[in-house]
Ligand binder design. Structure first.
Ligand code: FUB
Ligand code: ZN
Length: 688
């Protein structure tokens, strides 16, 4: 087993995302484990997530929370039962996608371990991996899907009247693949990767163009996972021997492309929208599609799973918001590799549709509770559903688009989702979670655990991947995508550059970068200048605001003019060891209004400072539900060290319904619900 750090140092150019040399990707992020976070905002949070949240999640997956798991819902017992040979026993703990959630959690833990090795945590995960392996070994094909095996073994992959839309067999497999790749990269331990590869090889053997089977994931995620597996074996072919991989690296990419290209290729029924979910499901369960359309037919999973028509023809992002954003992530990732114009156009079209018409101010999507889906254009109600997982999907999709295009606007929206809806997903205590994240509510809800606990693993996945997204490179330029105190070494054209970022962001707009190339060398540094700092709150005018000030840039103390290319300030010069770049971003409070077609937000305003959207919470404002904001009354951004362990707040004046002038205190949206279940408001009526 190789220690992770050795592995990563040996491969300084091996990045987590796109591959400019092999496809059309413009830039690539770094591996999470090659960037060390040293940041006043993020470091204590990583500490909490690693030492509280991870343990809490694993305990709850094990069913060890006596208050809530008296019925013994243990996700790992499912694996043990399968390992013992149990099939069709009519008993399974948790939802059909429970295996996938376990794998996602392992992936998240892997990226945390890449930052900070922790032998006790690794030993705990290794114990789970042994149980997963034993379960897989009980099947001659290497199939593993505990819900299907324990409750409907004859329905593998949704066959014979099974319902893949519910079973999640392919999703579970994909999450195992992703976990295997991340765990190997983080720890050098290939055991989970071997399990995942066996499963992937099985899928490669049976899924694909005829005479293979037309099986596509009804819940996305596996597309990007298989692309990660492809990249890993492409870049480390010697690994095949260690894991016993049977397929060529390119077969994994081809399977992901098959899954993407074969959305919309089916028998055309059931018509989910007109028949209704219940009748559609009954029709599938009776296996009427094979009776009517022949043995090779498959039913459609409908708009819900982006499976009505081919994705390349789908004009807009539709359906279940988590599935849609994860499919879009896979399409963008595939485009990075294959450069196929249809993939690129689809990914761009969907992102534009999402960001220009369907994205909430906090970076959430999926307005509608029924089917957890996207609403119609400009439908941005204040009480929208907005599942945490969907905001994570926005983040991954946007980051993938940044890799594909090298355009900073995608990281603007990544940042919006991360600092608002995503961060809201876990409480300050680290052991309470959100599922829905409305912008206004009279009762905030944080769950101890949820019957569908999909959001904590997705939260963990994106925050643990974030260190790798701070920087990117294209072989000639260093990209600074996020403002997070950190250190890394990056190789550009044969020069090794130590990069150090120091910042108090987001409470403060000062960002200092020190570059130490091992020898003086010429290259470009591209620093994202967020749209909100340039008076462009949203690239399509979905939200508008005026920035309070201008970004300022200097090199070694000398001001330089900001030359903007695709949202990045570009500084190209011969850099000397120890050169300093200083960026000052205008983080004073700003007032945001929505597009006139967003009828639900008519006459309302919201407040932001830097990447944080703010909310007026009941805990600080007894009249929170009766305030009109005085937007011309002057607002201040202050740091309150006495509040929730230290947080920036916006203070200002408002008028109550009775016309009484009062002061308000607004906190960052992500911090709602940490002081009881009180209500809060992001959008408020404006006095003027
Ligand atoms: O289908 C698995 C998970 O359950 C989805 O990702 C969530 O949106 C919830 O529907
Ligand atoms: Zn979720």
């Amino acid at each position: 087993m190789k220690p992770a750090k050795t592995l990563l140092l040996a491969l300084p150019l091996l990045a987590a995302g796109c591959s400019p040399d092999n496809g059309t990707a413009k830039i690539r992020p770094l591996e999470a484990g090659t960037v060390t976070v040293e940041d006043t905002f993020w470091s204590p949070r990583f500490e909490k997530w690693e030492h509280v949240t991870v343990g809490d999640m694993l305990d709850k997956f094990e069913g060890n929370d006596p208050a809530h798991f008296a019925c013994g819902v243990d996700a790992f017992e499912n694996f043990d039962l399968v390992a013992s040979g149990a099939r069709d026993i009519g008993r399974h703990a948790g939802p059909p996608w429970y295996d996938g959630l376990v794998y996602e959690t392992i992936r998240g833990i892997a990226d945390l371990l890449a930052q900070r090795p922790d032998s006790a945590l690794k030993a705990r995960v290794d114990g789970y991996i042994a149980r997963i392996e034993a379960a897989q070994q009980s099947d001659s094909d290497g199939f593993l899907g505990t819900h299907t095996q324990l409750t409907e073994d004859g329905h593998r992959w949704g066959a014979n009247g099974g319902l893949l839309r519910m079973q999640h067999d392919v999703y579970n497999a994909g999450m195992l693949v992703e976990a295997g790749v991340h765990y190997y990269k983080a720890t050098g331990d290939a055991r989970l990767l071997r399990i995942a590869t066996r499963f992937a090889d099985y899928m490669v053997r049976i899924m694909g163009p005829s005479p293979k089977k037309n099986i596509v994931p009804a819940h996305s995620g596996p597309e990007e996972a298989l692309i990660k597996l492809y990249r890993l074996y492409r870049d480390e072919p010697q690994l095949r021997e260690q894991t016993g991989a049977q397929s060529a690296a390119g077969d994994y990419l081809a399977l992901a492309e098959f899954w993407i290209g074969n959305r919309g290729v089916h028998c055309g029924q059931p018509l989910w929208g007109t028949w209704g979910n219940d009748s559609a499901e009954r029709w599938i369960h009776k296996n009427l599609y094979t009776a009517q359309f022949g043995p090779d037919a498959r039913p459609t999973w409908g708009d819900y799973a982006q499976d009505s028509i081919r994705v390349f023809e789908q004009p807009a992002i539709v359906g279940h918001a988590v599935r849609a954003t994860l499919l879009a992530t896979g399409i963008a990732a595939a485009a990075c590799e294959n450069g196929d114009k249809r993939y690129i156009a689809t990914a761009k079209r969907w992102w534009d549709d999402m960001a220009g018409r369907k994205l909430f101010l906090t970076g959430g999507v999926g307005a509608v509770h029924f089917d957890e889906k996207f609403g119609h254009d400009y439908f941005l109600p204040t009480d929208a559903y907005l599942e945490t997982c969907a905001a994570v999907g926005v983040g991954f999709f946007s980051q993938s688009m940044n890799s594909l295009t090298g355009d900073a606007k995608y990281m603007d929206e990544f940042e919006r989702a991360l600092y608002n809806n995503v961060l809201a997903g876990v409480s300050a205590s680290g052991d309470r979670y959100t599922y829905q994240n409305p912008l206004n509510t009279d009762r905030s809800e944080r769950w101890e655990w949820h019957p569908c606990p999909c959001c904590p693993p997705m939260f963990l996945k994106i925050v643990s991947a974030t260190p790798g997204f701070i920087y990117a490179e294209d072989g000639k330029s260093l990209y600074v995508n996020l403002f997070i105190g950190s250190r890394t070494d990056i190789a550009l054209g044969g020069t090794r550059i130590n990069v150090r970022q120091q910042t108090g962001y987001p409470a403060d707009g000062q960002v200092d970068l020190t570059l130490t190339p091992d020898k003086a060398s010429r290259f470009a540094v591209r620093i994202r200048i967020p749209g909100w700092a340039r008076g462009e709150e949203n690239p399509f005018g979905l939200y508008v605001s005026e920035s309070n000030g201008k970004p300022q840039l200097s090199v070694n103390g000398t001001p330089v003019e900001i030359r903007l290319e695709r949202g990045y300030a570009v500084i190209e010069r011969r850099w000397q060891p120890g050169d300093r770049i200083s960026l000052q971003l205008p983080v004073a409070p700003r007032v945001i209004r929505a597009h006139e077609q967003a009828r639900e937000l008519d006459g309302k305003v919201a407040l932001a400072a830097g990447p944080f959207v703010y909310c007026i919470e009941q805990a600080d404002n007894a009249d929170y539900d009766r305030l009109e904001l005085d937007t011309a009354g002057g607002m201040r951004l202050e740091y309150r060290s006495d509040l929730m362990g230290g947080t920036p707040v916006i203070t200002g004046t408002a008028l109550t319904e009775e016309g009484v002038q009062t002061r308000f205190t607004a906190i960052p949206y992500h911090a709602f619900g940490n002081r009881g279940n009180g209500g809060y408001r992001v959008w408020l009526p404006a006095l003027r």
